[in-house]
Every structure is written in C-alpha cells, then in structure tokens.
Design a protein around this ligand. Structure first.
Ligand SMILES: C[S@@+](CC[C@H](N)C(=O)[O-])C[C@H]1O[C@@H](n2cnc3c(N)ncnc32)[C@H](O)[C@@H]1O
Length: 267
C-alpha cells in the first residue's frame, strides 16, 4: 500500500526530488483515501515519516545524522572502542565494508567514521529515501562530510544486488529487524515507527541473507542481535562479542582460501 505523501512549505528541492522518485516507484501516493496510519511529510527539515496512533497522538521519524545522541557525536565516539568495530577485528582504514541493513544509518556512519569505505544497502524505498535525505542534509557538516564521502547508499535488496556478480568486500555487517518482545511503550520511538513501516515480521529471509553475505566477504560477517536472542537461523557463530544489550556474532566465510587471501589483503 503506497504511503500518503504531503509536501509543506519549506520542503527542500532535494527532498522533493526524493519524493518524486518514490512516487514514480509507487511507494507513496499524493491521493490518499481515508485516515492514514503512516504518512511521509516533507517540511523544512526534509522528509519525516509520521505514524498516527489510535490515541490521536503521532510518532515522527526524521533521521538526523548531525544532532542528538544518534548523530555525529555518536559516530565520533564510536571509533576503535565501538563494539561493532571491535567485532570486525583488525581491519585497516580504507577496508571495504558492506552494511547489508542500512536502516537509520547509525552503524554505517560509525563504520565510515572509522575510515572504512562503506556501501550501505536498504531495501525499503521509503526508509532509503529518509536516509538519503539525512545524508544530503548532513553532507555540508564540517566534520561529518569526510565520513559521508566514504559512505554510499543503495536502495535494493542486498540479495538481488549481490546475486550474479563478483562483488567481494573485506567484511559485512548485518542487523536484521528483530520482532519487538518488550511492551510497545518501552521500545524506542524510532523503532516503533520502523516496525509500523516494515510490518510485524519484517526480515524472515535473514538466515538466507547471512549465507549469501558469507559468499561475498574475505574476512567475516558480523551479525547484530539482541543480547539474549538465539543465533540467526540457529547457526553458531565463530565468536561473539557481548555488549550491554546487544551481541555481535562473527561468522567466517566457509572457503579457507578466502580467509588466507583476506589476511594477505588486509595487512
Ligand atoms: C534493524 S534495521 C538496521 C538498523 C541499522 N543497523 C542502523 O544502524 O540504523 C534493519 C534494516 O535492514 C533492512 N534489511 C533487512 N534485510 C535486508 C536485505 N535483504 N536487503 C536490504 N535491506 C535489508 C530492513 O529493511 C531494515 O531497514
């Protein structure tokens, strides 16, 4: 079902262009019928996804890569001590990392801030547009600009994007959606909007995606999981790094030749 789209005064031209592309794909509509549950609104701060609640209140998701706890400060604080970076092991700056689940772009930005060349893939067209919009707004930021230069965003299903080609990355990270287990009110606002957008069981194909990612990396695939969640697809990782609420499961590619060439290539 296409999501209703509304442009309000002050909507930047670049955000309008993203809206036009979504309209062409049929992901949004400018002629909604009835009371929308979700709405994409373009205003002075770019694209915002609004989830209307039964209570009459609304939750808004506007990706801000510069401000707030999730923004630039977070990316900068990440660096070597960030669990995700530690889980990837010793990879030199400039290593090519595939983020197979771009989402809100937080992990991709941490990786780019670390000096990796990151390709981030997001299959949901509305979410990809929200992130692309945020990246455009942040690109002029004096310190964030360099990280964003190392980050490219692709709107595609990563399995389609990888199939039938020989793209090989030094490593990949994968953070599929996990069904909410806690009461709705306890789940972070942005994740609640994401769940409304992506549905109750958004990434059922995640185990197969992991297998495919393993075919396209030299070093490893890092899968992000809630701390006590079972391993993805029941597949035991080679090792795990446990944080306060998150676990990073590290999988190694099956072919021994790939691993030795990774060691040689990664220095
Ligand atoms: C939990 S979110 C990722 C959050 C992200 N790590 C961040 O830092 O903001 C999961 C995202 O992965 C995307 N995703 C899952 N499987 C995918 C696939 N096969 N191809 C592309 N995107 C995928 C979903 O659409 C969803 O937006």
């Amino acid at each position: 079902m296409p999501i209703p789209f509304r442009a309000t005064p002050g909507c930047p031209a670049s955000s309008r262009r993203l809206g036009a592309a979504l309209l062409e794909q049929g992901a949004i509509t400018t002629a909604p019928s009835g009371e929308p549950e979700l709405e994409l609104v373009c205003g002075p701060e770019g694209l915002t996804l609004v989830a209307h609640q039964a209570s009459g209140s609304a939750l808004a998701l506007n990706i801000d890569l510069v401000g707030g706890a999730r923004g630039y400060r977070h990316a900068r604080a990440g660096h070597a001590r960030e669990d995700l970076v530690r889980a990837l092991g010793r990879l030199p700056r400039g290593s090519r990392i595939l983020d197979a689940s771009a989402g809100l772009g937080r992990d991709a930005l941490v990786l780019a801030a670390r000096g990796f060349e990151v390709v981030a893939i997001e299959r949901n067209p509305v979410l990809a547009a929200l992130l692309c919009d945020a990246m455009e707004r942040a690109s002029g930021h004096p310190a964030l600009g360099a990280s964003l230069d190392r980050l490219s965003l692709v709107q595609a299903d990563v399995r389609d994007w990888l199939s039938g080609n020989d793209r090989i990355f030094d490593a990949a990270m994968f953070d599929p959606m996990f069904p909410p287990r806690r009461k709705d009110a306890e789940v972070k606002k942005e994740m609640r909007v994401l769940h409304r957008l992506l549905g109750a069981n958004p990434d059922p194909d995640a185990p197969e995606t992991l297998l495919m990612l393993l075919e396209h990396v030299r070093r490893c695939v890092v899968v992000k999981r809630p701390l006590h969640a079972p391993a993805l697809g029941g597949r035991p990782p080679a090792r795990s790094l446990r944080g306060r609420s998150t676990r990073f499961d590290v999988y190694l590619p099956a072919r021994a030749g790939d691993q030795s060439s990774a060691r040689a290539g990664a220095g």
